[in-house]
Structures are given as C-alpha cells and as structure tokens.
Write a protein that binds this ligand. Structure first.
Ligand code: PMP
Length: 450
C-alpha cells in the first residue's frame, strides 16, 4: 500500500535518527540517511511522497520484494502462537525451515545450523572447519566480503578490513580470478582460471597444506564487484581441497536463494562445498536469519562430541516462520526462474546496450539478478571512474551518478567505481525497463567525467 506521507513526520524520524542512531560503516556527521515512509514489492517511498525503484534489494536481501503479504501474515501468525523459544528445543517453525532449506541446498548439505545473519554464519563455518581438521589457518580471497564481526572481517578481503582487522594470525589472502583486472596477466578466461588455480596451489604449498583448515570463497564475489568466476575455477578449488584435506566453505550469503537465477550459485558451477553459509534471501531479511548448511562428514565430527558454539536466538521462531513462508512463495511464484528469465532477457541485453552507448561503462558482468557495471574514466586504460576507496571530493563522479539516478526515481547500489544492479528477484519486465531507463540517464552524467 502506498504510504500516507507527511514531510513533518519524516523530519521527526530523521531528527531522532540523527540524534541517536549510530550508523554502520559511516562517519556519523557526514551522512544524511533518507527517512523511509514505506515499501512494497520493488519500490519504497520517502516522506515527501517520492517513489524509488529499489535496484539494491536493501543490502541485496529482499529477493521477494518488500511486504509480501504471505510472509507478513506468517510472521504475525507465529507471533500470535509462539513468538519465541530457546534454541535447545524442537520447534515447528525451526524444524520446518531447516527441512525446506536442506531440500534446496546442493548435494548432501542437509544439516542446518542457524545464526542471526551472514557474518556469524561465517564465524561458525570457520570454527567447524578448524575443529573438524584440527588445523589453524584459513585461506580467503582479497576481493571478498564475509561480514563485519571480528573473524569474518579478518577473512574479508575488501578495504573495510584495513581499519578493523585485528591482524589475527592464521588468515591468509590470495587472488581469486577476475579477468577484467587480472593479477595473472591473463588474456582469456581459461588462462585466468589456470593461473588462479596455480597461484592457489602455490599458496597452499607455501603455507603448508597440513596447517590449513579451510578455504572460504564467495561462489560469486558480490560486494567486491560481482565477479563471476571462470566455469571451472570452483571445481579446481574443490579438487585442491580434496587433495589436501581442506574444508571447502562457499559463502552464499549474497548469491544464494535465487539471486543468480538458481537456488544457489554453486549449482551454476556444479560444485558442492563441505559447508555453505547463507542469510539474506533465506527469508528476504524480514526477520534476521542466517546459517550454515553442513555436510554429513563435518556433522559427524560433532556426533558424540559437543559443538562448542551457539547463539541465544539461533533459529528464532519468527525468523524461521518468515523463512518457511518465503521459501513457499519462491516455489509458488517461480521467483528463481523469474530472476533467470528477466536477467537473461531484459537486464543483461539492457545493460549491454547501455555499455555500447556510454563510454563510462568499462565492463558489464553478472548473471540472473546479480549484475555490476564497472565505471571507468577511460575504457582503454580501464582507469576507474573514482580512485580505489575514494571519499569526499575524490568520489564526486560516483556521487553525481547516484544523485542523477535518484532524481530519475531509481535507488542505485554504489560501491567504489561500480554500480550493482541487484533488484528483487520478483521484478517485472516493466520495472526492469523502468530501471534501465533511469540508469541510462544517470550514466550520461557519469560520461561527463570520462
Ligand atoms: N558474506 C557475504 C558474501 C555477504 O555479502 C555478507 C553481507 N553483505 C556477509 C557475509 C555478512 O552478512 P551479515 O551482514 O548478515 O552479517
């Protein structure tokens, strides 16, 4: 329902926010958060009555869009019957959510450990791997994001790690494949794949295979730029893990639950990890929920020996009821197929056409409802439109691009020199076209900086 908007009410919300809310990843005095009056489907509204098409899905989590009536009703019903219960009990919403998730996860990943979000899922996956192998080290990619808690931020490769990394021993970063900015002087996908695998194998050899508990990778790195890996890369990593007894952890917190046009991105590459983390799309973020899907080999480690870890709200009934309803909606409404079809037939050709018209677009990449446009000053040199990790004046071109998109009714996802195109997986063809038209206008502003 389109909310009744009242600019004065919006001003009060904003004033209280500015006075008391301490925002993530932000210099508190330099931000100006929009006050949101309401949201529905692919849109949200501010208190001045402006409507925005959400090409961010929040933080890439509202895979079924905002305020789906079935999920809202399921949360209300669960609240009315059993709003909360401790994790050590079998509760219908929790066991049903675990059963439905296990049905969708790849291969034999059929035990579910619930967390409150993605970062804690990564924390627990790594703890399970360390205890399973009795080894200390974790290998992860430089261009990655795995969460904001202490261990997850250490494992993360993106620059946000710099300020909060404790420098904990035992985390080693390596380069995963990314042909557009290849670290391996590769010119083809196949070269990039072979050289990235060779680099990882060398890293394992020099770190000592017997010291490595886990390799943690996003199936398709999201926050760091939606870099779809070469077809055979992940199978190659799987082989290296098998050869050296290393636990293979795929982080599907962002790529999972339909985002790529498959239930999980691992299916696109025919790989099954030993542990898989998830969150976000599991219930479209209506109530915080994440988890780790666990293979029988690792689950057995904790068959007769306690798993030393847990969370008060593990598998919270409200969150699990939202997950059950979300998974039902996804099946009934063909949400995964919609992401694949609108992605392939509308978003991809639309973005490629924009790239032809706009010199600021260096590369278009992605799959399903998971796309990035890399914006550059110069297509030949691939110099980014803004420098790495730019702030303030240095970031002006991306700020101008974002302002232009918003002026055209589109809320864009911006990260460094990229705009990610990650709308809800339920998006219609007409909405996708509306968003592409707004991007077209905003890219004309970015072109002025080339
Ligand atoms: N892993 C990946 C791949 C993510 O994209 C994110 C969040 N963007 C996380 C982990 C962390 O999830 P959360 O913010 O729910 O802790």
């Amino acid at each position: 329902m389109i909310p009744q908007t009242d600019p004065q009410a919006g001003a009060a919300v904003k004033a209280a926010d500015r006075a008391h809310v301490f925002h993530s990843w932000s210099a508190q005095e330099l931000i100006d958060p929009l006050a949101v009056a309401g949201a529905e489907g692919s849109y949200f509204w501010d208190y001045d009555g402006n409507r925005y098409l959400d090409f961010t899905s929040g933080l890439v989590f509202t895979n079924i869009g905002y305020q789906h009536p079935k999920v809202v009703a399921a949360i209300q019903e669960q609240a009315a019957t059993l709003a909360t219960f401790a994790p050590a009990f079998a509760v219908e919403a929790r066991s049903e959510a675990a059963r439905l998730i296990a049905r969708r996860t790849p291969g034999d990943l059929d035990k579910i450990f619930f967390t409150n979000g993605g970062a804690d899922a990564v924390e627990h996956a790594v703890r399970m791997a360390r205890l399973h192998t009795g080894r200390p080290k974790v290998l992860s990619a430089y261009r990655s994001y795995h969460g904001g808690t202490q261990q997850a931020v250490n494992i993360t490769g993106d620059p946000r790690r710099w300020a909060s990394d404790s420098g904990a021993a035992g985390v080693v970063h390596f380069w995963a494949p990314f042909l557009y900015r290849s670290r391996f002087y590769a010119e083809t996908e196949q070269q990039e794949c072979e050289r990235a695998l060779e680099h990882l194998e060398t890293t394992i050899a020099f770190e000592g295979p017997g010291t490595i508990a886990a390799i943690v990778l996003e199936t398709i790195p999201g926050t760091a730029g939606i870099m779809v890996p070469p077809r055979d890369y992940l199978a190659g990593v799987r082989e290296l893990c098998d050869k050296h007894g290393i636990v293979f952890v795929l982080d599907e917190v962002m790529a999972g639950f339909g985002r790529t046009g498959a239930w999980f991105a691992a299916e696109l590459f025919d790989v099954v990890p030993d542990l898989m983390t998830f969150a976000k799309g599991v219930n479209s973020g209506y109530v915080p929920l994440g988890g780790v899907a666990i293979s029988p080999r690792i689950a057995e480690t904790f068959g007769r020996r306690p798993y030393p870890g847990g969370l008060t709200y593990s598998g919270h009934p409200l969150a699990c009821a939202a997950a059950v309803a979300t998974l039902e909606v996804m099946a009934e409404e063909g949400v995964v197929a919609n992401a694949a079809v609108i992605g392939a037939q509308v978003i991809e050709p639309g973005l490629r056409a924009l790239a032809e018209r706009h010199p600021s677009v260096g590369e278009v990449r992605g799959v399903g409802m998971f796309w990035a446009l890399e914006l550059v000053r110069n297509r030949e040199t691939r110099e980014p439109l803004v420098p790495y990790n730019a702030t303030g004046e240095a970031n002006a071109p991306m700020a101008a691009f974002a302002a232009a998109a918003k002026a055209h009714g589109l809320w864009p996802f911006i990260n460094m020199n990229r705009t990610h195109v990650v709308p809800p997986c339920t998006i219609t063809e007409a909405e996708a076209k509306e968003g592409l038209a707004a991007l077209d206008a905003a890219l004309s502003v970015a072109d002025e900086y080339t």
